[in-house]
Ligand binder design. Sequence first.
Ligand code: LLP
Length: 451
Amino acid sequence: MSLPASDRTKQPDGRTTMELGAVLPRTAEVRDGRLFVGGVDLTELAREQGTALYAFDEEHLRHQMQTYKQTFAERYPNSDIIYASKAFLNKAVVRIVAEEGLCLDVSGGGELACARSVGFPASRVFVHGNNKTPRELEEAISAGAGRIVVDSREELARVSRIAGERGLVQEVYLRITPGVEADTHEYIRTGCEDSKFGFTMKDDFALHAVKDALNTPNVHLAGLHCHIGSQIFKLDSFAEAAHVMVEFMDRIRQEYDATLKELDLGGGLGIAYTAEDQPPTIQEFADVLCSAVKDACTEKDYPLPRLLVEPGRSLVANAGVTLYTVGTIKDLPGIRTFVAVDGGMSDNIRTALYHADYEPTLANKADQPRTQIVTLCGKHCESGDAVVLDMPLQDAEVGDIVCVFGTGAYNQTMASNYNGQPRPAVVFLRDGEARVVTRREAYEDLYARDV
Ligand code: LLP
């Protein structure tokens, strides 16, 4: 793995931190040249807590959750928001999800265990995954999970058997692949036909699966689910999926005289990773989705189902930043400038994996203009190890504190211990207080499982 060649035509933008727009956490502000979030000085925080460090604006997190809830409730009273915990998960965020009245999407036994450890109501848990193990299904069903999103025929049989053994009837959805090609990176596209997820509608495969589900003992088919992909900007794709799904529900009504009452349209709303990105707002997303479902139901004279959406990234990504300390600087004339930080692909794999874009700033020089183009590389033994590729930064010196924005989703949950790197602590910032909600891994943690 190596880095893409540096874009030598790229010019620094001269922006200061507060000019970075939608990538900033809501409470970001600059005082005396230093970046604050949640009223906390990030430079001081980094020096106290050590780096790399994940820091979250708690007000931003709660604000996103409240906005999603209210916005959908106003447009579609019978709706619920399910937080996709794969984006960012620890006990503290689950408690906030519970307090804000959202439901929780877990994609396996481990995420379910985290939810249960803080008493998250199992009835509000939605269990996902294309190959849940029998053990994970047993755990979910015994816990009383609200809905299991069934992804295959084998799984339908397993859920039926396990629920039957316990004398229960499990509420399930079937995950359908609506055949919608979302405009996003191919690795995170999921609704198209060539997908390992769900039941394809081709050759009436999904329709037959629905029939089987309706006739399977110990399960109750409460509704359908689809998820077309992630980091999507074009809202048309969501509208298209909503239409396909409602038409399919109508077909099920005609063929089997069954009116399904719930429709979960998944997550996928994109966010701003760069100052130039202009993702749709939650309001625009809700407008399109709710209208599409209502229009499709009117067309088919279908009773409005309970509508669910499952956002992950758009709830948490811009609430989170990662702080690092600059360790070394290598200016390779005519090639690029490497600014090396004390983390990398172990705390943010997205840059190596997707060549993702991020905006960096120096927290201790936050009011200075970004005057050079740099690559922020990590400390790992891998040439492709970078956190930020070719982006503007202030004049960097060893010891400066780098803040990378928009790292609240799919960074902490995709972190690794590559090169024996302890995973960073997570702190929540609010009202001038920093609360450590996940402590930094210690060396002992790394080898604690070895026998
Ligand atoms: N529901 C289901 C069934 C999903 O698979 C996902 C994400 C979501 C909801 C939430 O989607 P969101 O609102 O966050 O887009 N690692 C990739 C993203 C993978 C997304 C996986 N599924 C990344 O770092 O971009």
